[in-house]
Write a protein that binds this ligand. Structure first.
Ligand code: SAH
Length: 212
């Protein structure tokens, strides 16, 4: 199957617009209106094919989840996983998370997840890393007081950069794991990338931090 330009993708998303939200900007400040229940909101940036967000939706019916993924041919995979999981507390946005303040009001989100974000290893691309201070400004704005951020990656350089960035920003580092799977966290929901890299024997890094 070709990954790009899936012609049926638009139809599939439209048919399931209770999950993939059309015109999500209308919900800014009122996201509970897009869900069945009024409960805490967690956000994943760059959801990929959706194994994490669908799994988290199942594991935590007491939380509403939003996954943002900019690539249409990828987000349709996430849509399928969410439908298969039969969770009613997950919504997907086919958007570029360029400025999350366009989508979320101050204090609207309780937790942000960055899973295997593009590491952008070249120094000249530092500004594109999702843990660059300008992104942390956005996260701080949309997160509630003491809102949390959890990052998982296989990329050591990106991990070190991110932990330093959190720390320099004044965030509180709550947990660092240099080999998540060694830790055997029963609540960990692995992502597609996570499975792929750990099958190759690569350690998975995780950092939990919070703003204050
Ligand atoms: N989280 C998934 C996918 C990781 S790959 C997993 O762990 O398996 C990173 C994903 O982030 C890609 O699908 C890419 O399209 C998406 N992405 C990167 N930058 C983004 C942005 N600014 N807005 C939305 N999605 C983004």
């Amino acid at each position: 199957m070709r990954l790009r330009n899936k012609p049926w993708a638009d139809d599939y998303m439209r048919e399931n617009n209770h999950v993939v939200i059309e015109n999500p900007f209308q919900y800014k400040g009122n996201w509970q209106a897009a869900f069945d229940k009024d409960q805490p909101l967690h956000l994943e940036i760059g959801s990929g094919k959706g194994q994490f967000i669908a799994g988290m939706g199942n594991q935590h019916p007491e939380i509403n989840f939003i996954g943002v993924e900019r690539v249409k041919s990828v987000i349709v995979g996430a849509l399928k996983k969410v439908l298969d999981a039969e969770t009613s507390n997950v919504r997907l946005l086919n958007e570029d998370a360029e400025d999350l303040r366009d989508l979320f009001h101050t204090n609207e989100v309780e937790h942000i997840y960055l899973n295997f974000s593009d590491p952008w290893p070249k120094t000249r691309h530092e500004k594109r890393r999702l843990t660059f201070p300008a992104f942390l400004d956005q996260y701080k704005d949309i997160l509630k007081n003491e809102g949390k951020l959890t990052l998982k990656t296989d990329n050591k350089g990106f991990f070190e950069y991110s932990v330093a960035s959190f720390s320099q920003y004044g965030m509180i580092i709550e947990e660092i794991s240099l080999d998540l799977h060694e830790m055997n966290d029963p609540l960990n929901v692995p992502t597609e990338y996570e499975e792929k890299f750990s099958e190759k024997g690569q350690p998975i890094y995780r950092c939990k931090a919070k703003f204050w």
